[in-house]
Ligand binder design. Structure first.
Ligand SMILES: Cc1ncc(COP(=O)(O)O)c(C=O)c1O
Length: 349
């Protein structure tokens, strides 16, 4: 018998969305961006590989100084309040490692991003979930929540609504520990809790480059938090956690806000059009502030729709969870992809 820790031996592990290998799929199951990243990102990566890859011989900047500086300027914080990461998943993991030891409790909203639970299990931390009320507030949240971390996904995945900042403030006041606002999808809406980091010492905001910046393949994320939190996360991370190509990609992507806004605007338009069209064929669609929608078919038999779409090589996300199995999460692709998907859904009936 290998001397595995008991919690590792017993845990199931997180299963990411299916990635089909053969071409020809319309892939709407992982909330990826259908458009390529900014051409400036490609230029920066190409430049970093010039002279036969000479730069790749040397280690990258362990402190991600340039990318932190650009992030700090973009959001109006001192660079000591910013950390870059190898995907926002790295931040979620390291926040748990920093704040929640074995037997400590963390919590999150169910339904939201269940990876928090897998990361907590690795640490041997306990996991608690809070449900949602009909008007999308957190059910039975105590006046004083003394778990080490509360993860709030806003916009919520997979339901697509956002929590407003007044409500986030009340949660920050009730949390004795850290309130992590996971803003993976925030660029697809107009709201953000980032400014609250100045006001509440326990708020940490995490962002990803995987969705709005079209860089899921580069693995990049960032967080804004108090310098004490940032320096704790800096102690924990692998020292060279971001490679040279990721670092130049992050900086170039952040510097091309015009491209980001144009791409996001296209996705928002397609999302609003697709949601309205689905409504016309009898679907119930949650108003979405993200790059996906959660939609319920007229007969609430989402597995049937999932299978019928799958047989047409259209991949969406079905969750067997009792709270979610009435609907499908559908990532917003290009207008053309969504027209094909809509036609297929109308035909499936
Ligand atoms: C809510 C949420 N947080 C975090 C992530 C992880 O993002 P990243 O690709 O930056 O690790 C995802 C990815 O789907 C997500 O949906």
């Amino acid at each position: 018998m290998l001397p595995l820790r008991k919690n590792i031996a017993e845990m199931a592990g997180y299963v990411p969305g299916f990635q089909p290998e053969e071409p020809g799929w319309i892939k709407l199951n992982s909330n990826e961006n259908p458009y390529p990243p900014s051409p400036k990102v490609v230029e920066a990566i190409t430049a970093e590989m010039a002279n036969g890859g000479e730069n790749l011989r040397k280690y990258p900047d362990a402190a991600s100084k340039e990318a932190r500086q650009v992030t700090a300027e973009l959001y109006g914080f001192d660079p000591s309040w910013v950390i870059m990461a190898n995907g926002s998943d790295e931040l979620l993991n390291n926040l748990i490692r920093a704040f929640a030891g074995e037997g400590d409790e963390i919590a999150y909203v169910h339904p939201s991003y269940s990876y928090y639970a897998a990361l907590a299990e690795i640490q041997g931390a306990k996991v608690r979930t809070f449900g949602l009320t009909k008007d999308f507030q957190i059910a039975d949240f105590p006046d004083r929540y003394d778990g080490k971390i509360f993860f709030l996904t806003s916009p919520n995945a997979p339901l697509g609504f956002s929590f407003d900042n007044n409500y986030i403030e009340t949660l920050a006041e009730r949390c004795v520990g850290i309130l992590v606002v996971d803003e993976a999808y925030v660029d697809f809406t107009d709201a953000s809790a980032m400014e609250l980091v100045n006001k509440y010492e326990n708020i940490v905001v995490t962002r990803t480059f995987s969705k709005s910046y079209s860089l899921a393949g580069m693995r990049l994320g960032l967080a804004v938090a108090r310098p004490e939190v940032v320096s704790a996360l800096d102690k924990i991370r692998d020292h060279y956690h971001l490679d040279r190509l990721a670092l130049v990609a992050a900086t170039a992507a952040l510097q091309d806000q015009a491209y980001l806004l144009a791409t996001v605007a296209k996705i928002r338009d397609t999302r609003d059009w697709f949601s309205a069209e689905l409504g016309k064929i009898g679907y119930r669609v949650n108003p979405s502030q993200a790059n996906y929608i959660f939609a319920e078919s007229p007969d609430s038999n989402s597995k049937r729709i999932y299978d019928a779409l799958f047989s047409r090589k259209i991949l969406v996300r079905y969750f067997s969870d009792p709270l979610l199995r009435h609907g499908l999460r559908i990532t917003i692709g290009t207008r053309e992809e969504m027209e094909t998907t809509l036609a297929a859904m109308a035909e499936i009936g």
